[in-house]
Design a protein around this ligand. Structure first.
Ligand SMILES: [Zn+2]
Ligand SMILES: [Zn+2]
Length: 363
């Protein structure tokens, strides 16, 4: 099958034919229909996130059709439409059992492998690694059955692909992680795929105002079209001052949707007393954060992380599908350019340049 492979960080990917093995116990083969182009893959490709086993098939945001199921798989059959999840949810562990499946304890023994420690893709007999269980930059992907979440057959799979990472993470950060109430003020730092979805999450829960912060005027336009009430160009204005001016006392919630350590300070300082800062974007490996302990204690501020929009994928993916089909969640507007698999490098260049709301590879 055709796959786009990262052989070396900092170098372009190459589309080659790789050998695909059938599914083992509790695995399924999915024929990919579409894959979003996500910043986490760019961080891996450019080497800012370390420790990636190579060669690897990237792609963490995909949807497709189940082609084949392995032994022991229940609840899925060939022909089912699925959104892929980069976080397994075993359904059995402490976190799955207590409704926080995003923290599932069932982990692969080594990065880039499936649960038995091996890969299902090989090139000249050598392993080709899977990116985060999904590996969606290939025409087929073998994934753990718990990472293939079935959805309604009438949901368009191109739009469904985005639910697999950016939509779920951004909307979920607001609805699940922070549980922003109606009328609360919020600021979103970084208006890439995840930030734009945090903004539309704010719109869905009727937050007000919803302030978008970016250094790219074009992306601020996308933000306003998806529900931001104000855009702050941080290349021109101090975002902390601007947010305090717009809200009076500071933001009730701030969301960091960009992997830049300096932004964390701004997202913390723009908060009102009692405010919550949610870190979604992950800065380069080894980054640290410092803040004045007084600002934590005296103002009762909260700093918390957000993994995958705190999604309970089995329930939340179908919920996002229903919101889309009801016209309440906007995904069509997010897909600003489509690419073929051969254009994966071009899609990454456009992502790095901030051209798209979201680029989509279509098979
Ligand atoms: Zn992603
Ligand atoms: Zn679990």
């Amino acid at each position: 099958m055709q796959a786009s492979i990262l052989f070396e960080t900092g170098r372009p990917q190459e589309v080659v034919d790789v050998d695909l093995e059938g599914p083992k116990e509790d695995e399924v083969v999915v024929r990919m229909v579409a894959s979003g182009v996500c910043h986490s893959c760019l961080h891996t490709a450019d080497g800012s996130w370390k420790g990636t086993p190579l060669p690897m098939v990237l792609g963490d945001e995909g949807a497709g059709v189940v082609e084949e199921i392995g032994p022991g798989v229940r609840g899925l059959r060939p022909g089912d439409h699925v959104i892929l999840s980069w976080a397994p949810a075993c359904g059995q562990c402490h976190y799955c059992a207590t409704g926080r499946s995003q923290l599932c304890e069932h982990k692969v023994p080594k990065r880039g492998a499936l649960f038995d420690g091996t890969t299902r893709m090989t090139l000249d007999g050598k392993p080709v690694y899977h990116y985060g269980h999904v590996a969606s930059y290939a025409s087929y992907s073998v994934v753990p059955a718990s990472c293939a979440v079935p959805i309604r057959n009438d949901m368009p799979l191109e739009q469904a692909a985005l639910i697999g990472c950016s939509v779920m993470t951004g909307v979920g950060a607001v609805m699940n992680t922070a549980q922003v109430p109606p009328g609360a003020s919020m600021a979103v730092f970084g208006t890439g795929g995840i930030g734009l979805n945090a903004i539309q999450g704010g719109s869905l829960v009727a937050a007000n105002p919803i302030i978008a912060v970016d250094i790219d005027a074009r992306k601020l336009d996308y933000a306003v079209s998806l529900g931001a009430t104000h855009g702050v160009d941080a290349s021109k204005d101090d975002p902390v001052e601007a947010i305090k001016d717009l809200t009076g006392r500071g933001a009730d919630y701030s969301f960091i949707a960009v992997g830049v350590a300096d932004v964390i300070k701004q997202a913390w300082e723009c908060l009102a007393p009692g405010g919550t800062c949610v870190m979604i974007g992950l800065p380069p490996t080894g980054s640290t954060v410092t803040f004045d302990t007084g600002s934590l204690q005296a103002d009762e501020k909260v700093f918390r992380g957000c993994k995958y929009g705190s999604a309970r994928i089995r329930d939340d993916f179908p919920r996002m599908v229903e919101l889309y089909l009801a016209g309440k969640l906007r995904i069509d507007e997010l897909i600003t350019k489509k690419y073929s698999l051969e254009q994966a490098n071009e899609a990454f260049e456009d992502l790095a340049a901030g051209v798209n709301a979201r680029g989509l590879i279509v098979f």
